[in-house]
Design a protein around this ligand. Structure first.
Ligand code: ATP
Ligand code: MG
Length: 350
């Protein structure tokens, strides 16, 4: 049984990339594992301080989790700020992480934009809070899109440095767990985090620009398919999606150097649960004027039930609020077990 953790920020409309890269995989991991899924509202402050619709954004992410098929009774669904232990551990990790490590983070460079001096300190420290989100439960498996790979490597570095720097204290307190790093057996406190990145669409790209990832925070709504889009919007966005003038190639090699074509084929493959090769075996040689309507139908077929359920859950928020409240209580209890031990390891009187 694996302990799985992942989070989604309440920063805007959930899109197909969030669904295929993350949420759909959260659902699949429930079977046989212990899963904790979080609406990471504290992360949402890093790029934009004031959110007029934070409560409804938070509820809508939770609603998407439930609508997609996450069971909040068997697993935990909650919002990050309800568990202050995340922030407490993040502070400690801020002191573990090195500035040189943070300086290599590409998401910071992308999101900070040109005037880096004006970015928030929170945006810079984001990966340290993300490491705390995971490790405050001592979770081992983290399903994320490919864009988060570098942050998970940083989480491993933070865990490793904490384990090494506090090795003596950890042995003295007796809280350690035996893990293996490479082939070496190590008595450590924090486990090594395993990223779960994969499937046919680990990185869904913008419909307007095949070199940029699809994002909640992209100002162009045409760049993404939102989980709350109706059939008409889905159809319009796919019809308008950027493509090149050629038809579809007959094999995967033929997608090379054609980011927009590659992206649409990857989306189709992920929605149909097929490989890209299988999709091209069916559509190779056809024009986009044939492929796009098929993609529209498939996207509507997969998304409509989720959209409908999300709308229903958002109509009367008392159900979602109860799930978040209960999830928050359960998460707090578990996070506090870790934090009591961490305070002991460090030597904080408590
Ligand atoms: P923002 O632009 O505010 O950062 P986002 O769309 O990147 O929003 P996040 O909340 O940061 O969404 O990420 C939630 C999850 O969705 C993460 O696991 C992330 O890796 C995944 N994800 C985000 N965008 C994509 C994408 N285009 N393709 C695949 N997975 C994605
Ligand atoms: Mg993101």
């Amino acid at each position: 049984k694996k302990l799985v953790f992942s989070g989604v920020q309440p920063t805007g409309n959930l899109h197909l990339g969030n669904y295929l890269g993350a949420i759909r995989r959260f659902v699949a991991l429930q079977e046989g594992n212990d899963c904790i899924y979080c609406v990471v509202d504290m992360h949402a402050l890093t790029a934009q301080l004031v959110h007029d619709d934070m409560p409804s954004q938070t509820r809508s992410i939770a609603a998407a989790f439930i609508a997609a098929g996450i069971d909040p009774e068997k697993h935990i669904v909650f919002n990050q700020s309800a568990v202050p232990q995340h922030a407490e551990l993040a502070w400690i990790f801020n002191c573990v992480a090195r500035i040189g490590w943070m300086n290599r983070m590409t998401q910071f460079k992308d999101k900070a934009g040109k005037d880096r001096e004006q970015a928030s300190l929170g945006l810079y420290a984001y990966p340290s809070l993300m490491a705390a989100d995971i490790l405050v439960y001592r979770a081992t498996h983290v399903p994320v899109g490919e864009d988060q790979k570098q942050h998970l490597e940083l989480a491993r570095d933070i865990a490793m440095k904490f384990n090494l720097d506090y090795a003596e204290h950890i042995s003295k307190t007796g809280y350690g767990v035996d893990i293996t790093v490479g082939d070496e057996p190590v008595h450590a406190y924090f486990p090594m985090v395993e990223p779960l990145i994969g499937g046919p669409a680990p990185r869904v790209m913008s419909l307007r620009d095949g070199t940029k990832k699809m994002s909640k925070s992209d100002p162009s709504d045409l760049s993404r398919i939102n989980l709350m889009d109706d059939e008409e919007a889905i159809s319009k966005k796919i019809r308008k999606a950027k493509t090149d003038p050629d038809g579809l190639p007959s094999d995967v090699d033929g997608l090379h150097g054609r980011p927009e074509a590659d992206n649409l084929v990857a989306i189709y493959a992920a929605l149909a649960d097929k490989s890209k090769a299988a999709v091209l075996a069916e559509f190779g040689g056809q024009q986009f004027s044939v492929f796009k309507p098929a993609l529209v139908d498939l996207a509507i077929h997969v998304l409509a039930p989720i959209t409908g359920e999300m709308r229903r859950l958002m109509d009367d928020t008392s159900h979602i609020d109860a799930i978040l409240r209960k999830g928050g209580e359960r998460a707090r209890e578990r996070a506090e077990v870790t934090m009591k031990q961490v305070r002991d390891v460090i030597g904080f009187l408590y």
